[in-house]
Design a protein around this ligand. Structure first.
Ligand code: GLA
Length: 392
């Protein structure tokens, strides 16, 4: 099993804390966003992958009339009621669990409480979606415990609602879908209008590096939400000026943006350019992958990063630095910011036979320029969320 050491530690801590063993344990991975930045809530396209870092969630029913959840790294416990739980102000990690529980209990109300604990190894605030992993391992475990049959889209939407209503981030569905639908060695390609998910083989000649320079990541502090608002404002404008229906920026081509951008506030026009360009890059990328043109695919990652810098302004100086170092490193085919932005991590597509040398060169290059460490790790696209243990 992937991350067996984390699983073993969780079971030990669960037993020590609650005095009994869990009846269900689930696992959900984090994700990398490979191409298609801020396109999900614009009903566009994304290439992503579930990663080999994730979170386990262990649970058993109790007869206390309330739910208890422990963060296994902090060993802090939060208690919340079976119904009507509101967001907590301290130990705010619990809100991802509380919000997901609220969504599942709406599908099937519960009369018994549970005792749970989670533990994972996704670096927090790194842009690898530790929060979606927590939501999705909560959902997988409780679906098993409560005998709820729900498909991936239903669970992803429950996680998204938890983010919106309990954590204050108006995110799309990318992180949850990626965590649920990942497959070993594959990219996940999602159409966020139809919610059709496909997996795409990248082949053995390339792999990914994640570079985390520990730059501030502030998804929840309003920048993400303000970008989303600008995209919605632009979509409403294009719906008025274009002759065909526009319900989201997905419906606007680059040529239409060029032709009509002058009617928009310049900042809003710049924000809209990013997801519009990203959609075209994902579609072009799909064609390139079919032809086996990995160099061309890598160049699209570089173009995506440039668009984040110029139009969306959701990069960060330290991410720009590591992206520039990576792009100049032998064996690297492309590099860009991954995820919401304003910090987080950079994703690097690299030739597999040069990955280790590139990993060391990027870390050393960053250290030489800044005197600070940048964590650079090889990432293996991995399977999505699943139940890993169920008592007979
Ligand atoms: C965050 C959000 C996703 C998506 C990405 C940007 O990860 O949670 O829904 O919008 O940013 O592509």
């Amino acid at each position: 099993m992937v991350n067996q050491d984390v699983y073993d530690e969780l079971l030990e801590k669960f037993g020590a804390h609650y005095g009994v063993a869990p009846t269900v344990v689930s696992y959900a991975p984090g994700r990398i966003e490979v191409l298609g930045n801020h396109t999900d809530y614009n009903e566009g396209y994304v290439f992503s992958a579930a990663i080999d870092y994730g979170t386990f969630f262990a649970v058993r029913p109790n007869d206390l009339g309330k739910n208890r959840i422990v963060a296994g790294d902090l060993m802090h416990e939060v208690t919340f009621p079976l119904t009507g739980a509101t967001p907590v102000k301290e130990d705010t990690w619990a809100n991802y669990v509380i919000g997901t529980v609220a969504g599942l209990a709406a599908l099937k109300p519960q009369t018994r409480g549970f005792d749970a604990m989670f533990l994972g190894n996704i670096p927090l605030g790194s842009g690898l979606s530790s929060s979606a992993a927590l939501e999705m391992c909560t959902a997988k475990a409780l679906c098993a415990l409560w005998e709820i049959e729900a498909d991936a889209v239903t669970l992803a939407k429950i996680g998204q609602r938890a983010e919106h209503d309990y954590a204050g981030c108006s995110c799309g569905l990318l992180d949850q879908i990626s965590s649920l639908c990942g497959a070993q060695g594959k990219l996940v390609k999602t159409d966020f209008r139809t919610l059709k998910v496909e997996t795409v083989d990248l082949g053995p000649t390339v792999c990914f590096l994640m570079c985390n320079p520990h730059a501030k990541h502030a998804l929840v502090d309003g920048q993400y939400n303000s970008r989303r608002q600008a995209c919605e404002e632009a979509a409403a404008y294009f719906a008025k000026v274009l002759p065909h229906p526009v319900t989201a920026l997905r419906d606007v081509s680059w040529a239409e943006w060029e032709a009509h951008k002058a009617g928009l506030d310049p900042t809003v026009a710049a924000r809209a350019a990013h997801p519009i360009g990203e959609d075209e890059r994902v579609l072009e990328g799909a064609t390139l992958l079919e032809k086996g043109d990995l160099e061309g695919f890598g160049r699209l990652l570089n173009a995506s990063h440039k668009s984040s810098q110029v139009y969306f302004e959701n990069s960060h100086p330290e991410i720009d630095r590591v992206v520039a170092i990576a792009q100049a490193t032998p064996g690297v085919l492309g590099a860009r910011i991954s995820g919401g932005g304003f910090g987080g991590s950079a994703v690097v597509l690299v030739r597999a036979d040069q990955a280790e040398a590139a990993r060391a060169a990027i870390a050393e290059g960053y250290k030489a320029q800044t005197g600070k460490p940048c964590d650079v790790a090889q990432i293996t696209p991995s399977q999505g969320a699943t139940v890993v243990f169920r008592a007979e």
